[in-house]
Design a protein around this ligand. Sequence first.
Ligand code: GLU
Length: 492
Amino acid sequence: MTVRTRIAPSPTGDPHVGTAYIALFNLCFARQHDGQFILRIEDTDRVRSTAESEQMILDSLRWLGLEWDEGPDVGGPHGPYRQSERGEIYADHARRLIEAGHAFRCYRTSEELDALREARKAAGMHLALKPADLALPEEEQARREREGWPHVVRMKVPASGACVVQDMLRGRIEVDWAQVDAQILLKSDGMPTYHLANVVDDHLMGITHVLRGEEWINSAPKHQLLYEYFGWEMPQLCHMPLLRNPDKSKLSKRKNPTSINYYRRMGYLPQAVTNYLGRMGWSMPDEREKFSLAEMMAHFDIQRVSLGGPVFDLEKLTWLNGLYIREELDDEAFLQALREWAFNEQYVREILPQVRPRVETLADVVPLAGHFFSGLPQIDETSFDAVKLEREDLLKLLQFLVWRFEPLPSWHKEALLAEVKALAGHFGLKMKDFLAPVFIAITGSPSSTSVMDAMAILGSDMTRARLRHAIGVLGGVSKKQAKRFEKEYREL
Ligand code: GLU
């Protein structure tokens, strides 16, 4: 048997460090067994998926040195590798399940579903809807079918009993079937859900081992049942521990930069980031902290993964990055790293239009455009002295901006401007006054190049990190303030 593993990202946002972490472990596992590593794009969510996000994911994984053997960009014998191009395959498999009596067309309306859930709740039962709840009287089912009502396809699931799933790291996992609902497999628009597409593709692509984040454990019983229904052998499952913030909460972009774009822009070296991700829950047999991808592959053993939530600690990563710069780069390599980072024609060209109208000598460029070549600006409380806002309002303004920027699906100047305008209106401030503190947070000085352009160029994670940094130097948002802010923000 050839070992085949995969990473299956959904292209719905910035490339996440968690994706790189799971990709790294899948890659090492495959290489250790002389196997193959596949990249599949799970873009069945047509509303949230974007080509831009897909490209960023491919670019960042490649930047980190995580190469795949098959994928949407390199091809391979099991394509297409983008789920949006495999619609017929899923529809066909859903039909097969219906014909075999393992799935059914469900014509229930959303009002009916709510009522069914209410009824279960009132009866003190688990909220998971079961096939028996959803079944309609035969005539009514026939009528809705005849009249062409919108419907979904759901899988049948047992009403009770225990489902046992084996996990490579966790051993036996037992889940009560009562908690598992009659999962939707095909949505009313005919698109598959994650569960159907994932199982069908893992099988058709010959995946033998699924290493994925622990947030998918609850899906395992449904997946196992689908494999049984199809009569296929299930890949071995391995649920990896989730990355955590130093306070042990789940790593999320609300608190920390999670985009690989951010680490790239901050000037971390790809070798150091990959090495650091390899330290997440795993260690070399001799416990050394610094090792290359090749060394990790050579010594890899999945059983050495420990399940205690690994902490993604920026300070440690920065320390490791420093080691790489000092110990691994000679002058030539350092120069090359700088070129790849920001001292290259493409990036400088992007900045030129910001700078040219504002300088008198070439030497003015460095102080004026420094914020394009730095991490978090050197600011403190006094940097905001000239801003005529109460401290509370100042914090609120910065915090609201972070929140408005967080969910933006794509990052370009017009979209940012729309958010800024909306908030300036809410605060009853002229754009200029609203932007004054933003200016300082982003560029580190009260006047500089256009702050709107700077944010667009710096990207989403770096912009939000600088805004959060400003909130931090202003003393941070207290728990009480956060409550007030959240309430007001919800009412916006
Ligand atoms: N598309 C899923 C994700 O975004 C894949 C999960 C899996 O590996 O099964 O993480």
